[in-house]
Design a protein around this ligand. Sequence first.
Ligand SMILES: [Fe+2]
Length: 452
Amino acid sequence: MAVGRILVVDDSSMMRRALRTILEPLNVDVYEAVDGQMGLEMAFENKFDLIVTDVNMPNMDGVELCQRLKRQPSTRGIPVVMVSSFDSETDIEKGFQVGAAAYISKKEAQTYLFETIAKIMSKSTLHSRQTILVVDDSRTIRKIVEEGLAQSGFQVATAINGKEALNIIKYTKPDLILSDIDMPVMNGFEFCNAVHSSADLASIPFVVMSSNNDRAHMKRMLQYGAEAYIIKPFNTDQLVILVEKLLSDQFLLLLKEKERLDSEQSLMIASITSLVSALEARDSYTRGHSESVATIVSGMATLMGANHEEVDRLTIGGKLHDIGKIGVRDSVLLKPGALTDEEFSQIKVHPVVGAKILESIPSLTDIVSIVLCHHERLDGKGYPNGLKSKDIPQPARMTAVADTYNALTSDRPYRKGMPQEKALEIVKDAKGTQLCPDCVELFFKWIASSKS
Ligand SMILES: [Fe+2]
């Protein structure tokens, strides 16, 4: 599937063909216009991610096309790349002045065009997902800044003072705030302070826009937590560079934080899993049971087309489903013979104990239902809650099939593990009474695929 739409505007059909060939590896849909006028009409009617245009064309040249695109709010954000045989300093300067994102000489198109466009497209996709909140009581400043940022593809929200900005933030959390200091109703100090006192908002980069004679004020704003300032009058290119830099720093910080949390989480899951393994290892009959259940469930999940994250969560569920057995006395858990009713009722508490253990770990709350419901039965005769049919969460129904099969094929102190054929028959017979029919079907698909 194409990942974007590019419009190529050139009066030479040979050049349009050449550009199409250069753009092919980007996996984008390429549209063609023969001059600026046609290009402009197509841009107003369709949504393009980028426009590549020649400069010298009949009817409307590339410079005018770019100018007119940048004048309209609906097309202002589309990056324009000019490819021209006019490549003097003045031509290039003129191109940038009307808002081109890049200017490439036709001679160099073969070498640089692909790379330039790939870079611009990835940047503009990122920008289009980022919202900048501009807060200034001056209508002119708001308009200039909004236009400059929108031209670079950012989403922009505006407010006339801190109070209005805080209202907007309630509904749309911006990725960055640009704020004036001196404003009526709520000034920049109060606004910056309010943003930084809220745990939810404090990490949003805050940039102060102020005039030269506010230097002392600006320093005070930095003490309030603002990340940077920019002095009015500024040109919008400077502003965009500053915004991009702050957002990329912020992005790296968030990425690092996510990596840290992910690694903490895997460490924690590894410790709990080794606890389960240690528990099972005390009894040669249950050794490796949870790992096997995890392997079967993850195989089933992959077959049903679950994504990587879903397969991962089901694997964790499989590994931890019996964690609650930690709460069952050894004399019962390791008893070699058949269990009495009283002993069996002690075993039956393990899903509840397991769920209680995992409930306290925020990153594992989605695993709780697997642990709690893996002994529920479709006919309502399971435990601990006697849930029926679809009231039993699907991941728990899948885990129940894998658990049943692995328990049947494993040796027990009071009986040898069943041969696979017999265990498969029992699983098939339990379809619709004990086990979910769809999950059993899926399990049999997994068995078939693991044999092939
Ligand atoms: Fe269990």
